[in-house]
Design a protein around this ligand. Structure first.
Ligand code: AHR
Length: 511
C-alpha cells in the first residue's frame, strides 16, 4: 500500500480562511432571486435576503464575499444604489444580458446581507474603469467615516447612522479587459492615483487590492509590482477552467466525455503553475510576502444550460466540479504563504455556483459540499504532506507498471490522481482532505502522522456519486451528497484509507 507522511511536528503556514471566499456579481440570477428577493416576496426572507440561502451560506462558514462585480463593478455608480428604492436610477446591465438593473440591491442591502452572514467579511470592488477618483473616495467615506462629513451625513439620511467596517477594497476589476482595456503601465498609474484617495478613516484600515493579471500575463504582474507594489496590500489573479479550452464552445456542464473530463482536470491544475510563476515575480519585489495574491475569480466556466439566457451564465454543477474545487483548494493551501484569498465565481446561479435556485426552490450543488468539507481547514495551520501520487492516465484505466512519471505539463496525458491537504486547527485537531480524481481506479494509502500523539479514533466522510457527470436537481437534491465513510481505519498506529474513484474524503483525527 502506498505511504503518505504528514508532518505534524513541522507545521507550516496558516491557511487563510478567505481562500474559501465567494464572489457575487449583478449578473443573471446571482444577486436578484439568488440572494435578494425583496421584503415583499413570497419567498421567505429577512429584510429582503432569502432565508434558505443565507442559512446555507452560514452553514458552510462563508468567510468573505466580493461584490458588486466583476465587469459590472467598472460601470457601477454606487450613488445610484442608495436612498429610497423607488427613486433609484434604472440602468442597463450592458455586460450581462442587457437587462434592466434597478439598483434595488445597493450598499445598504450589501451590508445587511453581510450582517446576516455571521462573520463574513465584505469585499467591495470599486469602479476605476468608468468612475472617478472622487466617486471612489466618497464611497469609502460613505461606508466608513464616523463624524461630520457630507458622506456620513448622507448615510445617516439614508437610515444608517453608524459607519460600517470594511477591510478588503478592490481598485478596479480586469482593467486589462472589461475594466478599461488598459496597459499595465497606465493602470499602475491609475491604481496609485485612486488608491491614494481611498482613505483609512477612524479605526477602519483598508486592505487595497490592485487588479492583477489575466491568467499568464506575467508582464502585468512585473509592472504592477515594480511600479505600485509598495502601495498595495493585494494583487488579484483570475483564471477560469474551460473544459474544451475553447471560449466559443466551452462544453456542457453535465454531458461530457471521459476525454473532456481528463482535459478539464488537467487544465484546472494549471492554477498551480500560474500561482507559482506569479508568486516568483512577486517575491522579487516583495520577498517578505507582504502583498497577498488574491485569486478573486476562479472556477469552471461551461456553456449555459440549454434554453437559458446566454448573458446569465447559468450552468449546472456536477461531481466533476466538486473535484475541481478540491484540487484548487489544495493548490491554494499549498501556496498559503502567498495566497491570502480566493473567491469562487459565483455564489448562486452563475458559473460554478454552490447554490442553485428556481423561484422558491433551492438546492446545494456538489461544489457546496466540497466547500463545507474544507471548512475544516479555515485558519488552520498547514501540515506538510509527503506522498507520490499514482498517475491518472487518459485512455488507460490502469497505469503502466511501473507508473510512468511523465512530465505534468498542460499537454501531458498523465496527471496526478491524488490530491490533499492536512492541517491542524487551534484546538489541536488534525483534519485531512484527500481527493482521487481518477474516475476508474481506487487508491489506497497508509498515512503516518509524524510527531503525533497516539491516534485515538478517526471519523471520515465522503463525497462521491455514480458518475462524474452526476448532479443535483430540484427533484433529486441529494443525488450527490456527503455520507459517513468507513473506508478509513486505524491500523498499527497509522491510518489506512481507501480512496474510492472520483471521490473526496475528509478525515478527522482524534488524538
Ligand atoms: O465572473 C464573470 C466575469 O468573468 C466577471 O464579471 C469578470 O471579471 C470575468 O471576466
Amino acid at each position: 500500500m502506498a505511504k503518505m507522511i504528514i508532518s505534524q511536528d513541522t507545521p507550516s503556514y496558516k491557511i487563510n480562511k478567505n481562500i474559501y471566499g465567494h464572489f457575487s456579481e449583478h449578473l443573471g440570477r446571482c444577486i436578484y432571486e439568488g440572494l435578494f428577493v425583496g421584503e415583499g416576496s413570497p419567498i421567505p426572507n429577512k429584510n429582503g435576503m432569502r432565508t434558505d440561502v443565507v442559512d446555507a451560506l452560514k452553514a458552510m462558514n462563508i468567510p468573505v464575499l466580493r461584490w458588486p462585480g466583476g465587469c459590472f463593478a467598472d460601470e457601477y455608480h454606487w450613488m445610484d444604489g442608495i436612498g429610497p428604492r423607488e427613486k433609484r436610477k434604472k440602468m442597463i446591465n450592458t455586460h450581462w444580458g442587457g437587462v434592466v438593473e434597478d439598483n434595488s440591491f445597493g450598499t445598504h442591502e450589501f451590508f445587511e446581507l453581510i450582517s446576516q452572514l455571521d462573520g463574513c467579511e465584505p469585499y467591495i470592488c470599486g469602479n476605476l474603469g468608468s468612475g472617478t477618483v472622487r466617486e471612489m473616495q466618497e464611497w469609502v467615506e460613505y461606508i466608513t467615516f464616523d463624524g461630520l462629513s457630507p458622506m456620513a451625513q448622507l448615510r445617516e439620511e439614508n437610515g444608517q447612522k453608524d459607519p460600517w467596517k470594511i477591510k478588503y477594497w478592490g481598485v478596479g476589476n480586469e482593467n486589462w479587459g472589461c475594466g478599461g482595456n488598459m496597459t499595465p503601465d497606465y493602470y499602475a498609474n491609475e491604481y496609485k492615483r485612486y488608491a491614494t484617495y481611498c482613505r483609512n478613516f477612524g479605526g477602519n484600515r483598508l486592505y487595497k487590492i490592485a487588479c492583477g493579471p489575466n491568467v499568464a500575463d506575467y508582464n502585468w504582474t512585473e509592472v504592477l509590482m515594480r511600479e505600485a507594489g509598495w502601495q498595495m496590500n493585494g494583487l488579484s489573479l483570475h483564471y477560469y477552467t474551460i473544459p474544451t479550452g475553447n471560449w466559443g464552445k466551452k462544453g456542457s456542464a453535465t454531458d461530457f466525455t471521459e476525454e473532456e473530463y481528463f482535459k478539464t482536470m488537467r487544465s484546472t491544475m494549471r492554477m498551480d503553475e500560474l500561482i507559482t510563476k506569479h508568486s516568483t515575480i512577486m517575491d522579487k519585489y516583495d520577498p517578505m510576502k507582504r502583498v497577498g495574491l488574491m485569486v478573486d475569480e476562479w472556477g469552471i466556466w461551461t456553456d449555459v444550460e440549454p434554453g437559458t439566457n446566454p448573458g446569465f451564465l447559468y450552468q449546472q454543477n456536477s461531481l466533476r466540479d466538486a473535484l475541481i474545487a478540491s484540487v484548487n483548494f489544495d493548490i491554494f493551501n499549498k501556496h498559503a504563504d502567498r495566497v491570502q484569498m480566493a473567491n469562487i465565481a459565483q455564489t448562486i446561479n452563475v458559473l460554478q455556483a454552490v447554490i442553485l435556485t428556481d423561484g422558491e426552490k433551492m438546492l446545494l450543488t456538489p461544489t457546496y459540499h466540497a466547500f463545507k468539507m474544507y471548512a475544516a481547514h479555515h485558519d488552520a495551520t498547514l501540515l506538510p504532506m509527503h506522498f507520490t501520487s499514482p498517475d491518472f492516465t487518459f485512455g488507460d484505466a490502469k497505469p503502466a507498471e511501473p507508473p510512468r512519471r511523465s512530465p505534468r505539463s498542460e499537454e501531458s496525458d498523465t496527471i496526478p490522481a491524488v490530491w490533499g491537504t492536512a492541517s491542524e486547527n487551534e484546538a489541536g485537531d488534525v483534519n485531512i482532505t484527500l481527493t482521487n480524481i481518477d474516475h476508474l481506479n481506487a487508491h489506497e494509502f497508509t498515512i503516518e502522522l509524524r510527531g503525533a500523539d497516539e491516534i485515538k479514533s478517526v471519523a471520515a466522510e465522503i463525497l462521491t456519486a455514480d458518475k462524474v457527470t452526476s448532479h443535483n436537481t430540484f427533484d433529486a437534491k441529494e443525488n450527490v451528497t456527503v455520507k459517513k465513510y468507513d473506508g478509513c481505519v486505524i491500523k498499527g498506529g497509522n491510518i489506512t484509507v481507501k480512496l474510492e474513484p472520483k471521490s473526496l474524503v475528509l478525515i478527522q483525527v482524534n488524538q
